[in-house]
Design a binder for this molecule. Structure first.
Ligand SMILES: [Zn+2]
Length: 407
């Protein structure tokens, strides 16, 4: 519920727009949001009516609200998920997409206990495995043929089309075992019948990354695209790199999905150097990646910036690109009459040491740090996540699932 201090018009002054598409000036401006939560006026030296709350954001950027296309927030229904607020508006993220924490057997609880009460917009890819990530990687959601119930999965999607935006399948050896590529093919068939995109997690074979790409079509999403796992790394096999490049050109979306085990600075840097940018930047935040090595969306965006991805591209890949996957409008997001939904953030000089999923470390010289999340006329203070465990560099993650054991 909105507190009385959040009522009335809101004036954000001195922000530089970025990520709103062509034709929107990046000159610093003021944004006045009306008491109804819609943008009233954009311009310089604006004065709101009496009772207007003001945020002086001089020097900060304003972008569409950040979208994290891969996170896990079915807290209480899976052993791996975190509460949405840990990765949501307090971190500058207005839309969280849960990537397959729930399957058809437990989606109703996810909807009732997490999605509906949340302040963030939460959308979901439904796991093709009925049980979802209940006991993630200990009890695989794709242990054998009985793990998939096509009729119930279709019925679950039809009953929840307002939230479910696609089907998810985890295609790596620890999940599918001897079943290989088959679950990907079944998931693709179900997604096709439902006219929804498929998100595939790629990792250690089977199946091999190459055969996964061959099943996919335009609009589908490959998450963990810059993983550094042996035989799943796009930069160690020229044929796979060329295939990934061709798929990206054809409209298959390469998503970062950092996570505990799936992002390598080296792979990302080499791919970006060769012009292969991710379509979307996402965290794969969950209980085993939060404190090490992911932290939050802003830090993940900063990592892509550090490997050479241009600033505007980083912002697009964290806003309008994933919004397209979610089915949100991507035009006129900074125009009078549109409901305000923004992230106000700084790009600061920094000297912070961070790690990727491979344990390689790097210094971030520029850090993208959220300051405010704007939802209608509400302004929520946002900040970076402060990791709790001992230094991220002192613990190690399981190469398969990202499970952290402190040394
Ligand atoms: Zn995940």
């Amino acid at each position: 519920m909105m507190s009385p201090t959040q009522a009335g018009p809101l004036l954000i002054s001195g922000v530089k727009p970025v990520g709103f598409g062509k034709g929107v000036s990046q000159e610093a401006t003021d944004v006045l949001i009306g008491a109804d939560g819609a943008i009233a006026t954009i311009g310089s030296a604006l004065q709101g009516p009496d009772g207007t709350r003001r945020i002086d954001a001089s020097g900060a950027f304003i972008s569409p609200g950040w979208v994290d296309l891969h996170a896990h927030v079915w807290h209480g229904g899976t052993d791996i998920s975190i509460k949405p607020h840990l990765c949501g508006i307090e971190r500058g993220v207005t839309t969280i997409v849960d990537a397959g924490s729930a399957g058809e057997a437990n989606f109703h609880g996810f909807r009732e206990y997490i999605i509906e009460p949340a302040r963030e917009r939460i959308k979901a890819f439904l796991n093709i495995g009925s049980i979802g990530l209940v006991a993630c990687n200990r009890v695989s959601e794709l242990i054998d043929m009985r793990s998939i119930d096509i009729d119930r999965t279709i019925a679950c999607v039809e009953a929840n089309r307002d939230i479910i935006i696609g089907i998810k399948v985890r295609a790596s050896g620890v999940i599918v075992g001897a079943w290989g590529i088959t679950p990907v093919k079944i998931a693709k068939k179900v997604a096709k019948v439902l006219k929804l995109p498929l998100m595939v997690h790629v990792g250690e074979p089977p199946p091999v990354f190459d055969e996964v790409l061959e099943v996919l079509g335009p609009g589908d999403v490959v998450t963990h695209c810059f993983n550094g796992k042996a035989a799943a790394n796009i930069m160690e096999d020229e044929d796979l790199f060329l295939l990934a490049e061709r798929c990206a050109r054809d409209g298959i979306r390469l998503d970062v999905g950092h996570g505990g085990a799936s992002f390598s600075f080296k792979v990302a840097e080499l791919a970006v150097q060769r012009g292969l940018l991710p379509f979307s930047i996402s965290t794969d935040l969950h209980a085993r990646s939060l404190d090490n090595p992911v932290w939050d969306m802003g830090t993940t965006m900063s990592k892509l910036l550090s490997v050479g991805m241009p600033f505007e591209a980083v912002i697009d890949a964290s806003t309008r690109a994933p919004m397209e996957v979610v089915g949100l409008p991507t035009e006129n997001l900074l125009s009078p009459g549109t409901r305000a939904e923004f992230t106000v953030f700084d790009v600061k000089d920094s000297d912070i040491r961070i790690v990727d999923s491979m344990g390689d470390s790097a210094h971030l010289s520029r850090l993208i740090e959220p300051r405010w999340t704007i939802l209608g006329q509400e302004a929520v203070k946002a900040s970076r996540y402060e990791p709790h465990r001992t230094s991220a560099l002192e613990s190690s993650a399981c190469p398969h699932c990202g499970w952290i054991s402190a040394r």
